[in-house]
Structures are given as C-alpha cells and as structure tokens.
Design a protein around this ligand. Sequence first.
Ligand SMILES: [Zn+2]
Length: 270
Amino acid sequence: MRFLRISSRGWGRIVLLAGVGAFALTGTGNAYASVPAEQKDAGVAAIKRVAIVIDDFGNGMKGTDQMLGLPVRLTTAIMPFLPTTHQDAEAAHAKGHDVIVHLPMEPVRGKASWLGPKAILTSLPDDEIRRRVEAAIADVPYAVGMNNHMGSKATADERVMRIVLQVCKEKGLFFLDSRTSYKTVVPKVAKEVGVSLLQNDLFLDDVYTMHHVSKQLRLLKEELAKKDSCVAIGHVGPSGLVTSGTLRSVIPKWEGEVRFVGVSELLSAP
Ligand SMILES: [Zn+2]
C-alpha cells in the first residue's frame, strides 16, 4: 500500500496517489465504463474518453470561475447547503457541465468543521441518514449523480452506504465512489442495491503545484493508453487556480486523442 497516504491538505482526506500501484488497486475501477456497443460493432478505433470531476463547489471556492470556464465538459461536484450551492449549480448547468451532489461524509480522521452542514455520520440513525441524503439531493439543482466529500469512514460502513445508495437509486442518481478509503464497501453495496456506479481512477491535485498536477495528468494519459476511459478528480479551493490553469494548458494538446465527457457518459446499465 505504498501509494496510500494521509493527505496533508486541509480537508484531511486519505488519498490514493496515482501510480502503477494505485492503478492496480483500481484495476477493475471502470468495469462499469466501456466503449458504447455501436462503436465496437462498427470497428471504429474509439477515441479515449476522460471525465474530469471537480469537487468542492458550493462555498465560493478559489478557482470556481476559472474551472467553470474551461473549454471542455466537466463534472461539477457541488456541496449542498452552502452559500453558493445554487449559484454554482446554475452556472455549471448553463455552461453545459454535469452537476452531481458532493455529499459530505464522515472521514476516519478530520474535524467535523471540514465536513460542512448536515454531513452523513456513522453515528446517525437510519431515518436521519435518509432525510439528509434526500435533502442534499433536493438542494443541488440539476444533479444527475452523487459522490462523496471525504467519507473514508462512512464509505466503509455497509449500513450507511445501503441507505445512501438506496436513495440514489430511488432518485435516479448514479454514485461515483471517490475511493477515499481502500476499505470502501460501495462496489459491493451498489451491486446489491442495483445503483449505477463509477469509480475514481486518480486524484489530480493532492499537492497544489503545477508540477504535481502535470505529473498526474501524464499518469492519466498513460492509463488512457490501456483503457477506454478514465475518471480523474480535481478540486476548487486551495488547488483551484493551479488545477484549472494546468488543465487549460493540457486540453489543446490532447485534442484528437482524448474526448472530455461528463461522467454520466461513462455509465452503463447496473
Ligand atoms: Zn470534497
């Protein structure tokens, strides 16, 4: 597990650092994501697809405008119940980006203040977890899916995840497992519940430097040589300007080889 480490960033997330080992861990990651049947049938050399998911919208975070202004389709993960939740969802939707709910969920380590309002805690009873998930979905306009903010403890808890994923299924939302815990029960429970699932392949910006984000994007490109599609997660906030700037410089270089898609495009039937 040499690629697993505690993040030093303020959110206190545990992250899977990208590298050969990390990709081995997520080797089945996008078993759910495949080239559409018609492309395979036609024998067309499919262009690689990448979904860039940007977490932590909703609180007027640094880099919000720069990220939303990128010239490709993104997936914006927007936290509920925060000052710019509605504004960011409206702006993202107007620019053609996918919107998903960035649900605050309990981490193994970290302060409650990093979680935001109405977080999903493993100490909550079933009915309160359900109420909070339903309220979060209702608070983020245009949401077509959900992923976890933090959540290394909650995503390892079967009781909690069964409720979260059941509500997603009822509301027609898919779930993107950010894989903040290698103990995640999300794949198992999602299969039981029958909810559509996607998984993160790598984090782009655990270190807030252009050097690091560029390196992660190179790893993403290498991974795309082996797979039809990948999911990568970046952030607005402390890394927002660096990540959006690095993406802006890389996007034209990938033209013709890689298509940037909303994460919902990587779904197949559960
Ligand atoms: Zn987050």
